[in-house]
Ligand binder design. Structure first.
Ligand SMILES: [Zn+2]
Length: 85
């Protein structure tokens, strides 16, 4: 491959131009890999945050349902208590 900085021929597997010291492809690949990793990380983070939000909403709904059921059962028991009187 040709060095994109100075245009001299350089070995593909070297990664560094022997004429100008340009560091080729390997750093590009690392940058691409890190960018892809960051994108994946961001996607995972958004997914996990969505799951956490859903979990919190479900927990709140379950708590609310328990409170309503508990109040309903106590009201029912009060009604029974007063009927027995
Ligand atoms: Zn070069």
């Amino acid at each position: 491959m040709k060095c994109p900085k100075c245009g001299e021929e350089m070995a593909d597997d070297m990664g560094i131009c022997p004429y100008c010291g340009y560091v080729a492809s390997q750093t590009d690949n690392i940058e691409k890999e890190t960018n892809e990793m960051m994108k994946k990380m961001q996607v995972d983070n958004s997914k996990t945050s969505n799951n956490v939000a859903k979990f919190i909403v479900r927990a709140l709904v379950i708590c609310f349902a328990f409170i309503v059921l508990y109040n309903y059962s106590t009201i029912c028991s009060y009604e029974k208590y007063f009927r027995e009187l």
